[in-house]
Design a protein around this ligand. Structure first.
Ligand SMILES: NC(=O)c1ccc[n+]([C@@H]2O[C@H](COP(=O)([O-])OP(=O)(O)OC[C@H]3O[C@@H](n4cnc5c(N)ncnc54)[C@H](O)[C@@H]3O)[C@@H](O)[C@H]2O)c1
Length: 361
């Protein structure tokens, strides 16, 4: 492709803002349009980020010839229907995590993109997070020996929008929302070795008034090559986002802390305007983050996807990876529902992962 890649944003909320900021750092692409259904929302967003066109109707945006690639940053329950429309319109597609609500949707999305001849990319930014990329390089060069155990955790005090709390629209709680990051992170670190089994413990401990979904979970993955991976996810941790990983190998160990380990330790009697995602109040000690989007790898992730579209390359994280993560998510909810370790491959016809935990017959 000789021209710059034309990008359309679908959704103008939290992740839409991150992507709009990220594209300001990418030379080979421009965001040309944004769409979201509430009247005035996309317009306000477009004015803020100097995006030329805005729509309330997705089909109108998809009809624009200058759009080569779209990013689906809308609630989980609409990922599939939007992906199918975008594929039919011939657009390359980036789908935000989690990939969709169920296995049947994942299969349809992959098939539709194959049929339309468009690229389908699964947005897992942890595969582009600079500190985690360096962490992986330690493993890859052999400095840590043979991997034995991987750990990753994400914790904050709960999502900012109501669709995350509603299991009908989200598909599940913190495992669906944040465990998905850990699962793709482990697969990537471990060279896409197949997952053999999944065991999970889930509980709703603090936010019972807000959600039927779990607000805490621990998930253990067993890989075919003998590696064990442990994910810890929480929606009940006050004091801002926490994101850490560990690799334990036969010849060494490495610990990486993306946010608190990279931050400015700040004490303020008055509080500061913004410290880090979901920091809550900032009076007293806080962890002040800088270049948060870059430290998380969002611009790097989008730059990679733009390169794939422009130069016809295979993305690092594909629709098939998104589907593999969905399979692990389903196995995790099945495990939490039955109290048993679940062997993979695991196929479920449930409409959403949550149903395997609390809506069992
Ligand atoms: N990669 C990450 O770390 C990360 C971070 C946050 C959110 N996300 C994912 O991004 C998605 C959106 O989350 P968010 O935090 O931006 O939510 P949000 O509520 O802040 O924004 C959602 C946006 O989608 C729009 N929308 C709703 N229905 C739509 C439809 N049918 N078509 C088009 N737009 C529609 C809303 O109007 C809003 O603009 C979720 O799937 C979430 O899991 C990923």
């Amino acid at each position: 492709m000789d021209k710059k890649v034309g990008v359309g944003l679908i959704g103008s909320g939290f992740i839409g803002s991150i992507h709009a900021d990220s594209f300001k750092k990418i030379n080979d692409a421009d965001i040309l349009a944004v769409t979201s259904p509430p009247p005035g929302q996309a317009q306000k967003f477009a004015e803020k980020h100097q995006i030329p066109k805005h729509f309330t109707d997705l089909d109108e945006m998809l009809a624009l010839e200058e759009i080569d690639m779209v990013i689906i940053g809308a609630p989980n329950f609409v990922h599939c229907e939007i992906c199918l429309k975008a594929a039919a319109a011939g657009k390359h597609i980036v789908v935000e995590k989690p990939f969709c609500l169920n296995m049947a949707e994942a299969d349809k999305m992959i098939e539709a993109c194959k049929t339309a001849g468009v690229k389908l990319m699964y947005a897992e930014e942890l595969c582009f997070t600079p500190k985690y990329v360096r962490l992986k390089s330690l493993l890859d060069e052999g400095a840590l020996g043979k991997p034995i155990m991987l750990k990753q955790s994400e914790k904050h005090d709960g999502p900012h929008a109501d669709h995350f709390w509603d299991v009908e629209r989200s598909g599940g709680g913190v495992t669906m929302d944040m465990g998905c990051h850990a699962f793709q992170f482990f697969r990537w670190l471990n060279g896409n070795n197949p997952v053999k089994s999944v065991y999970a413990q889930m509980s709703t401990t603090v936010h019972m008034e807000k959600t039927k979904g779990e607000d805490n979970s621990i998930i253990i993955l067993e890989f075919e090559n003998g590696v064990t991976a442990i994910a810890e996810e929480s929606w009940t941790k006050p004091g801002g986002m926490d994101d850490r990983a560990e690799i334990h190998g036969s010849e060494g160990v490495a610990y990486a802390d993306v946010l608190q380990g990279n931050s400015i330790q700040t004490y303020s009697n008055k509080g500061i305007g913004y410290a880090v995602e979901k920091a809550g109040h900032t009076v007293g000690w806080s962890y002040t983050m800088y270049e948060e989007n870059w430290n998380y790898g969002f611009p790097q992730e989008m730059e990679h996807f733009v390169d794939c579209v422009k130069n016809d390359k295979e993305p690092l994280v594909t629709g098939e990876d998104g589907r593999a993560v969905m399979e692990i998510i389903f196995a995790a909810y099945e495990s939490a529902g039955t109290g048993k370790k679940v062997e993979l491959p695991f196929r479920s016809d449930a409409a959403k992962p949550y149903d395997l935990w609390k809506n069992r017959d």
